[in-house]
Design a protein around this ligand. Structure first.
Ligand code: FES
Length: 62
């Protein structure tokens, strides 16, 4: 996933922003959401956000 890819357009949250939240201690969807605001407005990005966060957390745990 490209760091510049925007996952949530409402809150302008990119893959890189999710990675930063994980590096700063986020461990699940909710904590990434609390730190970035991802998927807190229209909700259309929810499935994509959940998938991206799941993948990025799994990569971190490799
Ligand atoms: S695109 Fe993420 S809340 Fe609207």
């Amino acid at each position: 996933m490209n760091d510049d890819t925007i996952i949530c357009t409402c809150m302008n949250v990119s893959v890189g922003d999710i990675k930063k939240a994980i590096a700063a201690g986020a461990t699940d969807f909710k904590s990434v959401q609390d730190m970035t605001g991802i998927s807190t407005v229209c909700g259309l990005c929810h499935d994509e956000a959940e998938e991206a966060i799941r993948k990025l957390l799994a990569e971190r745990n490799l």
